[in-house]
Ligand binder design. Structure first.
Ligand SMILES: Cc1cc2nc3c(=O)[nH]c(=O)nc-3n(C[C@H](O)[C@H](O)[C@H](O)COP(=O)(O)OP(=O)(O)OC[C@H]3O[C@@H](n4cnc5c(N)ncnc54)[C@H](O)[C@@H]3O)c2cc1C
Length: 433
């Protein structure tokens, strides 16, 4: 966001509580990120960085599931699927790959880039409070050494991630009534990615491995040629139920996929396990007079499709347009940020519905990916192109099928319905608020 604003000649300041580089979860990007890198003249830096190129994504299931799943009208030959981004042309994205990133390095590069474009960056400077009570300016309180210091600004962009600075302060945060996932993750050196991949070409894809534990999956993300990020995502109740230590829970869960576990056991764990908990939420509002919220500060949806960074980047792309216009016109009231609000809300709602279907009826995703009628439409979502349609037709079709399967107890997929949501298309947040 700072790179966009500074690039437009706006005087802007970034307050960042950490000193970069710092480790962060969220290492696999989707191709819609490329539009932002191009806008910001950052693509060259990505190419020069030697981050692993990500050409696609693959999903695997356990042996038990493989034998359990059923054929569907001959369109569903495999339980293991993969997609390659180059199969679908993406307007404004002229390369076949995106990236897997070490977030320590990637976030530092972005921060330095914003600084090069003219943003002033203060690291190790935590914002404590944002005061909107004066209609003519916003007062920000931040820590400087042992002192708290106040400054006034024309407007605020809250990009504080899952700490949701303004959302917490205003009590706008709504906990997701359906998703309460929990993740444990770390890096491994020497994990043989080729041992699991069906072909060498897939070995640098992101892999989502389903584990035969309810609503539980594992990510496998290349960080360098030899380092791989591995994370187990489960429901909070599974995690809490097991009284064992986190380490034991991590390994026991992975042991449900013996082929994965043995390969992982042969590699070296580089960092202690880190956990991320109960992270899905929305906000009652993401804009106000003199305020926009971008990235995780505005909303967090489950990371199953590696969406977070692309939402953060694209929310800044959309928000910056409104903010630049508002600063030019001098009207910093909430209505000036309406286009951003509508666009990002539409995109995250589409993600949310897609993810809900995925958890509700996993087999449907696998079937659609293999069905030539739907493959490219599903790929469009997986590429991160979710902002241009109120409800993409492929999601509407999924909605129909989910609801048929829910109503028909004799449907061959009925017994495969997941328990994480009762109806993927009910606006859960409306119900909660
Ligand atoms: C388990 C899990 C797996 C994920 N996997 C993926 C993935 O594979 N791909 C993907 O794209 N996304 C993934 N994500 C999501 C991704 O991590 C986030 O969506 C993304 O990092 C959001 O970026 P952001 O800039 O909004 O927030 P952040 O990257 O969190 O940045 C916010 C910054 O604000 C700073 N800050 C916070 N409070 C203050 C304050 N008061 N004052 C000053 N500074 C402050 C923080 O230090 C931080 O640097 C995953 C998330 C989880 C939980």
């Amino acid at each position: 966001m700072a790179a966009y604003l500074a690039g437009a000649g706006i005087d802007c300041v970034v307050f960042e509580s950490e000193i970069f580089p710092r480790a962060h979860v969220g290492e696999s990007l989707v191709p819609s990120s490329t539009r932002v890198f191009k806008d910001l003249d950052f693509l060259g830096h990505m190419e020069a960085s030697r981050f692993p190129r990500k050409f696609g994504a693959a999903w695997t299931v356990s042996e038990e599931v493989r034998t359990y799943w059923v054929d569907w009208e001959g369109l569903f030959p495999s339980t293991e699927v993969d997609i390659r981004f180059q199969e679908r042309d993406q307007p404004g994205v002229n390369q076949k790959h995106t990236y897997h990133v070490d977030r320590g390095k990637f976030d530092l590069m972005l921060l330095q880039h914003a600084n090069r474009r003219g943003a002033r960056v203060y690291e190790g400077t935590a914002v404590k409070r944002v005061d909107f009570s004066d209609p003519n300016c916003v007062r920000i309180r931040f820590g400087l050494g042992r002192r708290d210091v106040d400054t006034t600004v024309r407007m605020v962009v809250d990009a504080s991630g899952r700490r949701t600075l303004v959302g917490n302060q205003m009590r706008w945060r709504l906990k997701d009534p359906v998703f309460d996932q929990y993740a444990l993750h770390t890096w491994f050196e020497g994990y043989d990615r080729k041992a699991i991949a069906k072909s060498d070409a897939l070995s640098d894809y992101i892999f989502v491995h389903f584990l035969p534990v309810q609503n539980t999956w594992l990510w496998q993300i290349p960080i360098t040629d030899s380092i791989t990020s591995i994370g187990v995502v489960t429901q909070k109740k599974n995690f809490a139920k097991s009284r064992e230590s986190r380490e034991k829970f991590f390994w026991d869960t992975i042991a449900t996929r013996p082929e994965l576990c043995s390969t992982l056991r042969e590699s070296a764990q580089l960092r202690p396990l880190k956990d991320e908990g109960d992270y899905s939420y929305a906000m009652r509002q993401i804009t106000a007079d003199r305020l926009v919220m971008v990235g995780d500060a505005a909303r967090f949806v489950d990371p199953i499709f590696s969406t977070g960074v692309s939402i953060a980047l694209n929310s800044s792309r959309f928000a910056s347009r409104d903010v630049i216009r508002a600063l030019e016109s001098g009207d910093l009231s909430r209505r000036s940020f309406g286009e951003f609000d509508a666009t990002i809300s539409r995109g995250t709602r589409n993600w949310y519905n897609f993810i809900s279907v995925y958890y509700r009826l996993n087999v449907l995703f696998t079937a659609f990916v293999q069905d030539p009628r739907y493959r490219l439409d599903v790929l469009k979502l997986l590429q991160g192109d979710v902002y241009d349609e109120e409800e993409p037709p492929v999601l509407a079709r999924m909605r129909e099928i989910v609801s048929q399967v829910e109503r028909d107890e004799r449907h061959m997929w009925h017994q495969l319905l997941g328990d994480l949501t009762c109806d993927a298309f009910v606006d859960a947040f409306q119900a909660a608020s």
